[in-house]
Ligand binder design. Structure first.
Ligand code: SF4
Ligand code: SF4
Length: 169
């Protein structure tokens, strides 16, 4: 058993910078990391088995959340620091919502994404859209859906999850 506490992605998780991408688990040569559902946080997060850890640091090196230098990132991408640290840098800012009451009020964030997708599907701008829904019995579990042009209406689930369904005639 390892007595040394490894420098791993534990810190990323503690700092709230883990996005649950799973790269660390895939890279770990010791199979020391599993991605598990945190019931208290409602997220999928990595858990490290210290016994299996070889202290190789690969998980840290591949992690997109480790040592995120926001100042440098903003400078590299936008050439300036954001005026508002919560909004971050942006080029333009708009608000909007669906004009369809059902979509608007049964959707996340006013149904704007759903409405835009419906528009693009109906106008033939896109042939389909790959979206993510939730499983009815396990809302934390993602369920991918491929929407095709024949689908005309949508209903949204909780949060930012889009659930499309066929329009009733
Ligand atoms: S690589 Fe980093 S961001 Fe991705 S799951 Fe692991 S700790 Fe989280
Ligand atoms: S330090 Fe290496 S062995 Fe330990 S958890 Fe990270 S990738 Fe796995």
């Amino acid at each position: 058993m390892n007595d040394l506490k490894p420098v791993t992605i534990d810190r990323v998780v503690k700092d709230g910078l883990c996005i649950g991408c799973g790269t660390c688990a895939g890279m770990c040569p010791g199979e020391a990391i599993i991605i598990a559902k945190s019931e208290s946080k409602g997220l999928y997060l990595p858990e490290i088995s210290v016994d299996k850890c070889r202290l190789c640091q690969l998980c840290v090196e591949c992690c997109p959340g480790y040592q995120v230098d926001f100042q440098q990132l903003n400078q590299d991408i936008f050439g300036r620091q954001p005026q508002d640290r919560f909004l971050g840098n942006f080029l333009h800012c708009y608000i909007g919502h669906s004009n369809d009451r059902r979509i608007r009020y049964e959707s996340a964030s006013g149904g704007i994404v759903s409405q835009l997708l419906i528009f693009a599907l109906e106008k033939g701008i896109i042939d389909g859209a790959l979206v993510v829904s939730m499983k009815e019995d396990k809302p934390l579990e993602p369920k991918p859906l491929l929407l095709e042009r024949k689908l005309k209406s949508c209903q949204l689930g909780d949060r930012n999850i889009v659930l499309f369904q066929q329009m009733k005639p």
